[in-house]
Design a protein around this ligand. Structure first.
Ligand code: ATP
Ligand code: MG
Length: 332
């Protein structure tokens, strides 16, 4: 809808795990490397932890699609509410085991081991990848632990990757899950972006879509996007995409602080500590604040006294780094 207006070849902030848009901070790069190692070297259990929307599934897909893991075949489960028998049935089906294996545990284990051995003899690694593992019940996690035990004399036959939100780390501290915890060979944790990373992320996505970030967002807009998203990529995407839509409706370019604040309020992303004392906006035509409509394009440079970002969040140094990040999209 807004591609022509901003000179973009595609929408840069879609909520998909498109590998072309992968952006790696040093923390993400390390996590990706650990994931690749855990999968490619068939480690018993690899743990990937991060808050909702920080990019766990994106990173996992990137690891599976990478060259280092070209011999790895992932069996992905992302429904934590399965019963024990549904879990077995699903794994059996994903691995093309027989109908009997889907209903009899003994047949399942026998067929599974034989399938894993024959794949391994062809140089193929089969990995069980469990997303949303923080919500999995104890029974299911115990079942997964037992599968992690299948091994030859020298290697694990079914490496497991557990992906989940920080609760997963806490759950593994429970005494009844200690055996699973002991099998964790690698642990990676991803964190939200800091301000320069948010700016670079936005710039990199815009650049990939054929645009120039400084022509789409003012610096102050980027600071606010960071402050209200908490550096969570999914939330950054939602704010940016909607801010660009609003920008087209109002004929603004680049998008400034008012539009970003408007979008954040619409989505209830506003963090009070960041938003300062600005009054709640009044609903106007098309959901746009009438005051905003009347003001016309905002002058970001003159707005420092009303800057809603906390002073400790935007130091002079980070302003310079932010400026650099926006001017020089780094891509990956
Ligand atoms: N490193 C990244 N590079 C590019 N885009 C990213 C990155 N991380 C996240 N995103 C974007 O944010 C969206 C949400 O990321 P993702 O689904 O991977 O988060 P998640 O941690 O798996 O969330 P949840 O805990 O809800 O499952 C992705 O669809 C993608 O558009
Ligand atoms: Mg996910």
């Amino acid at each position: 809808m807004y591609r022509e207006h901003y000179g973009l070849s595609e929408r840069p902030f879609e909520l998909t795990a498109n590998p072309n848009y992968l952006y790696l901070t040093p923390v993400h790069r390390e996590a990706l490397s650990n994931l690749q190692y855990g999968l490619a070297a068939a480690k018993a259990v690899t743990l990937l932890i991060g808050e909702a929307g920080t990019g766990k599934t994106t990173l996992l897909n990137a690891a599976l699609a990478s060259d280092r893991c070209r011999h790895v075949r992932g069996v992905q489960l992302n429904n934590p509410s399965l019963t024990r028998s549904e879990f077995i049935e699903l794994v059996a089906r994903r691995l093309n085991l027989s109908a009997t294996a889907a209903t009899s545990k003994a047949a399942f284990l026998e067929e599974l081991e034989s399938a894993l051995r024959s794949r391994r003899s062809r140089g193929e690694i089969t990995a069980l990848i469990v997303d949303e593992a923080q919500s999995m019940n104890h029974e299911l996690l115990e079942e997964i632990r037992l599968l992690a035990n299948i091994e030859t004399m020298s290697e694990k036959l079914l490496p497991i990757v557990l992906v989940g939100q920080p609760d997963l780390g806490a759950r593994l501290e429970e005494p009844k899950l200690r055996q699973l915890k002991q099998r964790v060979a690698l642990r990676c944790e991803i964190t939200p972006f800091d301000l320069p990373e948010t700016a670079t992320y936005i710039a990199a996505r815009v650049h990939k879509a054929g645009g120039v970030a400084v022509r789409l967002f003012t610096r102050e807009a980027v600071m606010l996007i960071h402050a209200h998203s908490g550096g969570i990529p999914r939330t950054i995407n939602v704010i940016c995409d909607n801010a660009l839509v609003h920008g087209v409706a109002l004929g603004y370019q680049p998008v400034g602080r008012d539009i970003v604040l408007d979008v954040c309020r619409d989505f209830s992303f506003v963090r009070q500590s960041v938003d300062g004392a600005r009054p709640a906006r009044q609903e106007g035509q098309n959901g746009v604040d009438p005051a905003l409509r009347a003001r016309g394009p905002s002058s970001e440079a003159a707005d420092s006294s009303g800057n809603p970002v906390q002073p400790d969040q935007v130091t002079t140094r980070s302003r310079f780094r932010l400026f650099d990040a926006m001017r020089q999209p780094l891509g990956r």
